[in-house]
Design a protein around this ligand. Sequence first.
Ligand code: HEC
Length: 476
Amino acid sequence: MLACRPAMALLAALPLVAAELPREVPKIYAQLCAGCHGPQLQGGTGSSLVDGVWKYGDGSDAFLTKAIADGMPLAGMPGFGQALDERQVRGLVIFMREQAVKAQQRGTPKPPPMTTGTITTKEAAFNVEVVAEGLKIPWSLAFLPGEPGFLVTERSGALRPVRDGRVGAPIPGTPAVWSEGQGGLMGAVPHPDYARNGWLYLAFSDPAPAGSEGSMTAVVRGRIRSGQWSDEEVIFRAEPRHYRRDGVHFGCRMVFSEGFLFFSVGDRGGRDHAQDLGRPNGKIHRLHDDGRIPADNPFVGKAGALPSIWSWGHRNPQGLAVRTGRDGGVELWSHEHGPRGGDELNRIQRGANYGWPVVTHGLEYDGRPITAVTSQAGLEDPVIVWTPSLAVCGMTAVTGDRFPGWSGDLLVGSLAGQELRRVTFPPNGPPVQEVLLRGQGRIRTVHQGPDGLIYVGFDNPGRVVRLVPTGPGSFP
Ligand code: HEC
């Protein structure tokens, strides 16, 4: 991916002649780039390619050519030099230039207005209320028992209080984060006994210590005293050799279940590491609330394995939720981003291997196959596969009586898909999905508040809305 391609740089110096554009270039864009940069190049997971702002270079043809061919691992941009020939890459550069002019003529695109009016779905009718605006990529919400409003993490590094629709200043003293690519300040969850002990847990991309480089997912806990982050304790921090320069796949979702803290760490761009029990990436971990290793973790005492690992073979899990099954059993659920296609919903079992990258339902971003194997003995099959990828992000299990028709269901957000989906589990047969929201923006996080309402965080414009029930839905 990082191969040096001097021929590319030479080609970039050729004059720009639109007539030479291969006819397939817009199709190549639609197939290989639109999923991340948006159908109109306006941005998505990847930045806008038409706003004239270049974050990683000077915007020259040579820079764009190299960015497309070699990719930029730090930023999370895959390379396409293996899938595209030089004419095609050149064509994309010209296509980006043409589209930039068109975008300028169209003017700044307006974000979709948040829907007003009652939305009627199968089991519930609800209104959507905006509760916070002006946020930058709100990644996670934390409702603190006994305190009004909630806290929100912004990926760039701020932890802010939100009360009565007012977004407060960042709480000073929170950990420094490595804010590259997909990294930053992400998960935030209160201790189940917060009312007594005041602990709040943060998951983030931790800057490498001196002598190492890049970043790795870390978890700390601390208390907010007089508006200040205090009493910080490290709950999980990997050894320096595990820090990586890639800007992708940090995981960072956390959930408490039966007194234990579960949290996800994505593969950090080292896909084979997901199958290596000696590495923390590509895993879901389980710890005591103070960071100690539970004696009954599956790999305790296994030579060469990290004892914090609970499940493995994950790509980038960014949804974790605990639901109570029909039999009253406590179930841990996770969803994860596939590559191109193959997003997964998984029921997480102790010690189980979820197969990435040995089995997957996805393709490389550049269209090359990864494997024909989607299922293999000894590896867990996903309960749901989403192809094309929705880019699933954020998940909660619904309880309580505000949405009785959704009780026990999982609500799943998605970035590229811009959908909020409900996954319900009929007593017989496979899970059933219903789309509750669509096309309102990229959904980053989904929570149920202590008021029983559903809170949904959107990337851009960064806002938090809540779903307020008005009735039982269309099939009472
Ligand atoms: C898997 C998602 C993904 C795909 C697919 C993808 N990109 Fe990117 N791209 C990114 C990300 C993420 C960045 C960095 C954005 C940032 O940090 O703001 C990026 C950055 C870039 C940049 C540099 C932008 C800058 O500000 O310096 C260019 C140019 C670019 N992409 C072009 C393309 C083209 C052309 C394609 C299709 C051949 C493509 N990308 C496919 C994710 C993607």
